[in-house]
Design a protein around this ligand. Sequence first.
Ligand code: UGB
Length: 598
Amino acid sequence: HKNLHLLPPEQIELAKILVEMGQSHLFEHWPEPGVDDEEKKALFDQVARLNSSYPGGLASYIKTARELLADSKAGKNPFDGFTPSVPTGENLTFGDENFVKFEEAGVREAQNAAFVLVAGGLGERLGYNGIKVALPMETTTGTCFLQHYIESVLALQEASYRLTQGECQRDIPFVIMTSDDTHSRTLELLESNSYFGMKTSQIILLKQEKVACLEDNDARLALDPHNKYRIQTKPHGHGDVHSLLYSSGLLSKWRDAGLRWVLFFQDTNGLLFKAIPASLGVSATKQYHVNSLAVPRKAKEAIGGITKLTHADGRSMVINVEYNQLDPLLRATGHPDGDVNCETGYSPFPGNINQLILELGPYIEELKKTGGAIKEFVNPKYKDASKTSFKSSTRLECMMQDYPKTLPPSARVGFTVMDTWLAYAPVKNNPEDAAKVPKGNPYHSATSGEMAIYRANSLILRKVGVQVGDPVQQVFNGQEVEVWPRITWKPKWGLTFSDVKRKVSGSCSISQRSTMAIKGRNIFVEDLSLDGALVIESVDGAEVKVGGSVQNKGWIIESVDYKDTSVPEEIRIRGFRIKKIEQLEKHYSEPGKFDLKA
Ligand code: UGB
């Protein structure tokens, strides 16, 4: 009370709420007025921020925390009363008639879409010191994830204009959710690269705030161990993206502008945009309010399982069950073996890759009710079996894929399954952990993430008739991977199957030891036989025909050890580097028609 005069009236109200909510310990220790006054005010500025950035404010946070902590202490199963079963969804096969039809529908719809990248996580499992979106997706061209995502959105926008003959020429909004851990470095990366060619007005950064830590089962907020005038905070999870989009006013702005879809995606999946046109086409054709992208999942793989949950009272929903919960849920509901592969060699539950496509109208209606709050969970690490105290403070967390949990049964919730080779190759695990992944399960490392790009591009070229050499098996950082020819292209060259098909003709072959980098829109590959390295770059106005026989020493892959700190971190986490020996490299910087007959 003696210190109250230090605070503005609205913060005095907050102080009262804190007292009522059993949080007096936050300021009981305060010395007389005149001592540390600025620090006391700073604590309340923080309290005000924590209060305004959480739907329902701090009172609601503490109340929910008490309930969830009590449930956790009682060992309550969050799926009590629900029986899991395998849901049915849309299964797509790359390149068949159905796939091509969905791709076209998706490209058509793309100009009515907004893209949202959640990139607030530091990626503790990967242990990389930088931000993950700055990592090279592949080291043949060195393109980083963020550049690839931006170029993919721009390519999609361009393709959409073309297909609809410029019916509407909207710039696709691109939102990046950052956090205090990633914000300034993400901005720097964009600024120092001229936003990778996107208009600055098109990119919107939304920063998520951390949430207050909890020190005990009564949900007493934890003071920072290093500063008694600050509350300790930790990340709240990717689920924050919904409340941030809602409170920023972007959703209604988009609706007023005529947009129809919001696509969410994660920070390190270099394959994702190969799957986006078709899955957006599925959303549009099937009129899904929610469409999750999925891939076949190996049992116990660290990706959630898409599951149908049916309650004893008749309710049912199709929802992601997180990887650590699927096994116990199955065991508790009459599947004594838990999360195991079935006769296909995969788990019967499709794997969630956390790529969500939401229809904007129903999304806004739902958020008007919830304010964007997502069902949370708590995961305290208890000191002992009495579950009365924690080893370290905990906090509430939420996941973006839990959005459907509050939807009415009438909501159209679906999912689209694609081949893993086409759609999913995240970079999440550090070399040591990746090397320990059971044989046959994906590594999800920088090594496998890069090799997956080459494999996908090779398989796509095979599908359009190119003879691509068989891969060889090699071990990098203790992980055995398939090494395909290092084929890369810009999104504007080959965004869809039809695009690639249009650009490649005649009889073409590429040997396993080859590298091919296509960096231009109108490059046509015709009767090319490649055994070595070929790099072609062109401006949009140039039309280049590439053919003939290219043979040179090429670019080779050299092993490096991840423990060798003389090698840059982004290289050594993949266990190899590319050494350029000899290549045919051409750059067409003027518009016009060109013929490169090697
Ligand atoms: N992220 C944020 O933006 N803010 C945060 O506070 C936390 C994360 P992880 P996770 O596809 O493989 C998810 O850590 O959470 C961003 C799904 O839950 O890489 O362990 C972060 O920057 C799981 O069902 O993944 O697991 C990153 O872009 C499964 O689908 C994204 O959120 C799994 O991903 C994911 O964060 C997967």
